[in-house]
Design a protein around this ligand. Structure first.
Ligand code: BG6
Length: 493
């Protein structure tokens, strides 16, 4: 049985002055408290370089942030409960004196520590090193010390390996929680429940019945204020080795023996490792394609080109869209391509996975107006309108046999209402109770990078031909349509 509340503990947030804390971590703590999922004996220590006006200033900021991001009907009692448990250390992340101060703040508090690295990635090895030197990472007397590492976990395969090694030199694997916020989404977790909690899907979930799988993660937003970061990342690094690989592994994995962290993560890893490495000549011939948005119209409003966004170079070669085709070398998926695409400033915001089934084996209705049988697809809509739909062919009423695709639909909101959760609640809670199922292993992180590394290598020395190549508010560049068309397929509208 999973515990319903964690043991007494302290959450230390490095980078507590940043966006992640105010938009997601603070509201998650609020929601956890409301759901009675935090221990009574609990504290939060912010650790950051920002001058927030001391401890009082931090409390005020935290409560203002809650009002902004939870909403005006925020419960005052819960805000007071949380702010009474806050303290703050203002220090650079590489200064030992700051960690000494942290130690003093920790004195007299519960001795289970959760360190959340919500900082720039260059501190992901440094902070654990400093914590280690200060004697704060050692687990003894049944007390736990855990570290949550945010993304980006490395910027390619070699740097991800190096970070794994640096962390392993200081921490046990059971202390490292590599977060991917996609795994906190209810609908992403539901992929597993749907596949393995029902008996109707799994018999069809293989190369015999499935033609291909497509995954779309489309965003309407541009890079917003994150031009500086995005110029060093691009859509491929930002979305594919992490979020999209999580979706691929959940769709492709074999049923685990149990819902235990090791069993689930072993199967996910096997799926990722079965992805056939892309060859440079395949990348060059368009098995992976990139795009960058130009000016366009989103929601009826004109929006600028990527190159005109703040902190973006006027001749930036950075991609804001990527599409690729992967195949898996294993028994279940041989010959079933997985097509992936993600982009910013697309026509709609949607994250969805389509399982496209093969057509019926022969046209029974040959002597009727039906010329071509439609194909059945199962669409898992992960956001924003979470739900599942199955497209099947139905007879159009009338004397002739005519067919039309119809949808059988399940919408989450109809059954369970709208959730105000951010997705981080589950992840924070799981970390506090020591359940690593929804966190990535070192091998899984590296397997994700291994998939994209040939593309990164190829693109590093080949400038994109024409950028921008899709207008903001569209479905991406022509080369992505061609990627599918070459195989006689198309992206789902
Ligand atoms: C983040 C990326 O990891 O995920 C962002 O850095 C992206 O660029 C975001 O916008 C998408 O997350 P979600 O939950 O909105 O799909």
């Amino acid at each position: 049985m999973r515990p319903t509340a964690p043991e007494p503990c302290v959450l230390v947030i490095f980078g507590a002055g940043g966006d992640l804390t105010k938009r997601l971590l603070a509201p998650s703590l609020y929601n956890l408290r409301r759901a009675k999922r935090l221990p009574e004996d609990f504290a939060v220590i912010g650790f950051a370089r920002t001058d927030v006006g001391g401890e009082e200033g931090f409390r005020k900021k935290f409560s203002d942030d809650l009002k902004e991001f939870v909403g005006q009907d925020v419960d005052a009692g819960t805000v007071d409960w949380l702010t009474a448990r806050l303290s703050y250390v203002r220090s650079p992340f590489d200064n030992q004196a700051g960690y000494e101060e942290l130690k003093q703040k920790l004195a007299g508090k519960p001795q289970n520590y959760l360190f959340y690295l919500a900082t720039a990635p260059e501190y992901f090895a440094e902070i654990p090193r400093q914590l280690h030197t200060a004697g704060l990472t050692e687990e003894c007397g049944g007390k736990w010390r855990r570290v949550i590492v945010e993304k980006p976990f490395g910027r390619d395969l070699p740097s991800a390996r190096k970070l794994n090694q640096d962390l392993a030199a200081i921490l046990k694997e059971s202390q490292i929680y590599r977060i991917d916020h996609y795994l906190g989404k209810e609908t992403v977790q539901n992929i597993m429940v749907m596949r393995f909690g029902n008996s109707v899907f799994e018999p069809l979930w293989n190369r015999r019945y499935i033609d291909h799988v497509q995954i779309t993660v489309a965003e309407k937003v541009g890079v917003e204020t994150r031009g500086g970061y995005y110029e060093t990342a691009g859509a491929l690094r930002d979305m594919v080795p992490n979020h999209i690989m999580q979706l691929v592994s959940l769709a492709a994995m074999e049923p685990p023996n149990s819902f235990d962290a090791n069993a689930v993560r072993t199967e996910q890893l096997k799926a990722l490792q079965a992805i056939a490495p892309l060859k440079p000549e395949e990348v060059a011939s368009g098995i992976a394609v990139r795009g960058q948005y130009g000016a366009g119209v989103v929601d009826g409003k004109p929006v600028p080109a990527y190159r005109d966004e703040p902190r973006v170079a006027k001749d930036s070669p950075v991609e804001t869209f990527v599409a690729m085709k992967l195949v898996m070398d294993n028994w279940r998926w041989a010959g079933v391509p997985f097509y992936l695409r993600t982009g910013k400033r697309m026509a709609e915001r949607t994250t969805e996975m389509t399982i496209q089934f093969r057509p019926a084996p022969f046209v029974l209705f040959r002597d009727t107006p039906v010329e071509q049988m439609g194909e059945n697809s199962l669409v898992l809509q992960l956001q924003p309108n979470e739900g599942i739909s199955l497209e099947v062919e139905a007879k159009v009423p009338g004397p002739e046999i005519q067919m039309k695709p119809v949808e059988m639909k399940f919408a989450y909101a109809d059954y369970f209402g709208k959730s105000s959760n951010t997705g981080y609640e589950t992840l924070l809670f799981d970390c506090m109770i020591g359940d690593q199922t929804l966190f990535k292993t070192a091998e899984a992180v590296e397997a994700g990078w291994a998939v994209v590394q040939p593309v990164l290598d190829e693109w590093a020395h080949k400038k994109p031909e024409v950028f921008p190549n899709y207008p903001a508010g569209s479905w991406g560049p022509e080369c992505a349509t061609e990627l599918m068309a070459r195989d006689g397929r198309r992206w789902r509208k």
